[in-house]
Design a protein around this ligand. Structure first.
Ligand code: GNR
Ligand code: NI
Length: 186
């Protein structure tokens, strides 16, 4: 198992569309396990493969209070939706920001499980919202696409600024590390 790096908005790789999984094999199951470990470590209630730079239709979710009910959806499709509801959403790829999003209230999902067997699930509440949020990721969409352009731009600018600060700090550290041997050699 391994904890994977999560891409941060506005990384263009978050805009790629995931391809369907052709065969649910050990490689896919290893991805599912790594994604679950990454999701629990974050911590988050869901994770899409797109967020860890794997362009495959794989999602993991755990909305349980005890964080002990992992769900995995391979090639998920929404086959029915009903009603509308609003919920405050966050995203591991948009860290630190929460906005109200309107989505379907109830959805019916068809997907493959980790053995490659098809199943159907009716979801409401948090699970319904999370399913729609994760399937959006596989289509290259983010929750910020459901809010106003002004709010989206504000979030993008703040996260771009944070990324630049992080990069500057990293290169400063690298410069110092490179200078170290020379100093000690004198
Ligand atoms: O951890 C997460 N919490 C969350 C809260 C409200 C609506 C959606 C989510 S999903 C998010 C994890 C994530 O970014 N999944 O893609
Ligand atoms: Ni997300």
């Amino acid at each position: 198992m391994a904890i994977l790096d999560i891409l941060i908005f506005p990384d263009p790789r978050l805009r790629q569309k995931a391809r369907p999984v052709e065969q649910v094999d050990d490689q896919v199951r290893r991805l599912v396990d790594d994604m679950l470990e990454t999701m629990y470590a974050a911590p988050g209630i869901g994770l899409a493969a797109t967020q860890v730079d794997v362009q495959r239709q794989v999602i993991v979710i755990d909305v349980s209070e005890g964080h002990d009910s992992p769900l995995c959806f391979i090639n998920p499709r929404i086959v029915a939706r009903e009603g509308t509801e609003q919920m405050d959403e966050g995203c591991l790829s948009v860290p630190g920001f929460f906005e109200t999003v309107t989505r379907a209230d109830r959805v019916t999902i068809e997907a493959l499980d980790r053995d490659g067997n098809p199943f159907r699930l009716e979801a409401d509440g948090l699970l319904s919202v999370c399913m729609q949020h994760e399937i959006d990721h596989l289509d290259g969409k983010l929750f910020v696409d459901h809010i106003s352009i002004l709010k989206r731009q504000r979030i993008r600018h703040k996260l771009e600024k944070q990324r630049k600060e992080r990069q500057h700090a990293e290169s400063a550290r690298a410069r110092e590390a490179a200078a170290e041997p020379r100093r000690s050699a004198i």
